[in-house]
Design a binder for this molecule. Structure first.
Ligand code: ATP
Ligand code: ZN
Length: 285
């Protein structure tokens, strides 16, 4: 039987979360990440541990079938790969920054300026779309020190909290791109591999939905039944169990995390008491 070959970052900001993803899907790996690759003992996949910069190329060339990496790297490398899922971690932005004592006058500030970056393709495209004529200085790392050593006037680099910029005397002035971890795939997977991928995505979705929802249990008087059902429709409709006293019922349902507090407020208003909220481990529908 064929195995789906998955490329993940060997060592860096994406590694731990990438491995966690498989753990959440119940996929086990025998050996640790010290080796170059490892097979799962209970699911037809194999992990390859690589530098994130190389993942688009390996997926394009079918060395790996799918890969997990930052959108920033996928766009920069611009290989023939398909983005199939955003994964909701490693959020960051690719931003332009300049020395903090400089007065920023808007994007035209960058006309005739020199900008250091590890993302020359994305930045070139961005400047072109904004009619800016700047010079790019491509460097592999430690981009944030470029202005202080006189290599460039500004930088374009990944930012999450902004503390690295601050300690290097820089301020963020434009966001070029927002990024997070994504799953990419070779566009020509065999049918068998496509099936494994779909199984994997099914499991990922179940986990994602469970994170976005909470299980809720509450008590309310029977005459409030109609009102409460309107507030917590649940997956189909809430389960209602009579309490021993005969005048009250217990309601069980599922609510979405993003509307959660509004729902709780409304339930309290409608007379709900003893509200319990529980995490959901997996959700399948
Ligand atoms: P490799 O050795 O694999 O090439 P790297 O140094 O390129 O590693 P990391 O610094 O581990 O990579 O970053 C990997 C990815 O994590 C980035 O491409 C980006 O998508 C994401 N990321 C999230 N927040 C940040 C941040 N503050 N700085 C840099 N990358 C970040
Ligand atoms: Zn890298």
């Amino acid at each position: 039987m064929e195995k789906l070959k998955i490329a993940i970052q060997k060592k860096g900001r994406l590694s731990e979360k990438s491995l966690e993803l498989f753990k959440d899907c119940g996929i086990k790996f025998s050996t640790g990440i010290s080796s170059l690759k490892t097979e799962s003992s209970n699911f037809p996949v194999e992990l390859l541990f690589l530098r994130d910069d190389d993942i688009p190329q390996y997926v394009e060339k079918s060395v790996a079938d799918i890969g997990i990496l930052g959108e920033n790297e996928v766009l920069e490398k611009n290989k023939n790969v398909k983005s199939i899922r955003k994964l909701g971690f490693a959020s960051c932005r690719l931003s332009l920054a300049i020395p903090k004592e400089e007065e920023y006058t808007g994007i035209t500030y960058f006309n005739n300026k020199k900008v250091a970056t590890s993302y020359p393709h994305i930045l070139e495209e961005y400047f072109k779309n904004n009619n800016i004529n700047a010079e790019l200085e491509e460097i592999g790392g430690s981009v944030e020190i470029a202005p202080s050593i006189g290599l460039a006037d500004g930088i374009c680099d990944l930012v999450s909290s902004g503390s690295t910029l601050l300690t290097n005397g820089l301020k963020e002035v434009e966001v070029v791109l927002k990024s997070q971890a994504v799953m990419i795939a070779n566009p020509n997977l065999s049918e068998e591999k496509q099936e494994i991928l779909e199984k994997l995505i099914f499991r990922l979705e179940a986990k994602k939905k469970s994170n976005e929802h909470k299980y809720i249990i509450l008590n309310a008087p029977n005459d409030k039944l109609e009102d409460i059902i309107k507030v917590i429709p649940g997956m189909r409709s809430p389960s209602v169990f009579p309490l021993a006293d005969g005048k009250w019922s217990s309601f069980h349902s599922v609510v979405k995390e993003d509307t959660f507090w509004e729902v709780i407020d409304e339930l309290k208003e409608k007379g709900a008491e003893g509200i319990l909220v529980l995490p959901i481990e997996k959700m399948i529908y």
